[in-house]
Design a protein around this ligand. Sequence first.
Ligand SMILES: Cc1ncc(COP(=O)(O)O)c(C=O)c1O
Length: 397
Amino acid sequence: MQISTRLQMEKDKVTFFQTYNRLPILIDKAEGNLIWDKDGSCYHDFLAGIAVNALGYSHPRILDAIEKQSHRYLHVSNYFYQDAQLNFAVKLKEISGYDRVFLANSGTEANEGAIKLCRKWGFEHNKTEIIAFSGGFHGRTYGVLSLMDKPKYKENMGPWLDNMTIIPFNDSKELEKTISEKTAGVILEFIQGEGGINEVSSEFIETLNKLKEQYNFLIIADEVQAGAGRTGKFFGFQHQDVTPDIVTMAKGVGGGLPLGAILAKEYLSPIWSKGTHGTTYGGNALACATGLVVLEELENGLMEKVHKNGIYFKERLNELQKLFPDQILEVRGRGFMLGLLLNFEASNLVQDMLKNCNVITNATSGNVLRIVPPLIIDLEEIDLFVESLKSCLSKQK
Ligand SMILES: Cc1ncc(COP(=O)(O)O)c(C=O)c1O
């Protein structure tokens, strides 16, 4: 490592709150799914800015959209009609099948809005409780933290919101015991990301649908990580027989710029009248311009490609699991939202993959290696990842 790189890293450490575990790379530039550091090393990216960069880096259509929109205007606020917002939202409605859109900046903001919408609907129906699930991740703001149970995110920062109940994920019996006339909504990731790439079971969905019939509550799908084509369908929940009332998105849908969205069915539209919810930056024109490119690319074959390549990727990982059954306990996920349950700390493997193979990956939930590459990667990149993993695991044996 060059001295200048080391110095910058040291400066970083005394400048910022030390809330992040950074990988020891000082980024210079990125293109496609490759990242170069200031020391000239090149890395293969299987993290995509934490499931964000759907089209990779420096995608020509993204750059073009930024160029064009930035010459028109960057931000004018939601006091104005804007075609950049409208074009994005109309396309989002078309692809998603939802009727109403609220634009935000991030996943946590989209989820906060969804909770507010749900609570306000609940107020009209005399229902206040929102139910969430253990291992779920919905963001870092107070409302959603009240719906999460991981101690690290919450310790000594309470008190938390009332009428928020967290129950075990995929536990139908517990769901039956907990849902009542008081339930306004249930929020869940149909494939948990930070929680370790855990899929909801069809049996659990069946119970959820049955209880919804019985008690009339809203289902909120947190599609911040799984949405925008990452699992090979536009939404992660589309792998199941379920129709959420509210869907939240962020991450991939902005193509690298901060963009979030709340989608809802028409019957929820009157719940929010003028002034009941808002944001200064949400629906920023530049982010909407790049978001539109993401949606168009997904529609024009990218989502199909993720579906096909995702099957190949999982097959190759399953082969690897058979070779290393003591180290890899399970292969999880769909499309390009994959995880390996390991019998050791995944962060060790992340470091090995980085140092020995120049492959960027991620550890979540302690012993899960999370694989969320840009959606544009091809079979060669998948093979490279699998071979790198193989060589790291062989050295550990
Ligand atoms: C499922 C899910 N919801 C919400 C969030 C929060 O999104 P943001 O970090 O954009 O606030 C995340 C972030 O990882 C997420 O994975």
